[in-house]
Design a protein around this ligand. Sequence first.
Ligand SMILES: [Zn+2]
Length: 107
Amino acid sequence: MKPIYLNSDYSAVDGRTNTVVMTQVIKGFPYPERFCAYCEQELSVENAFHAPGNEEVFKCLYQCLNTDCGAYDEEGNMSYVRVYYSCTLAYELYESLFLKIKRELKQ
Ligand SMILES: [Zn+2]
């Protein structure tokens, strides 16, 4: 069994039921590589929600952490982000789940 690291300050609101769920980026999980549409750097998985009991079904949020990226704007608090669903079931289940990201740069 893989170790799971809970980010205690990570949460998401389910727009359908208006409830808050805890989210987690699983260390070592094979999230697919995605690249920034602006600077082509590899994106970082910043938040994720995996189906309870079936971690292969998930929604995750990528962010470009490159401060030289054309989409990056410190004052405007903006960066390139991208939502990913692992499959159509994940889309159906979690489309209304609003994942947040911390705008903290990892150096
Ligand atoms: Zn970028």
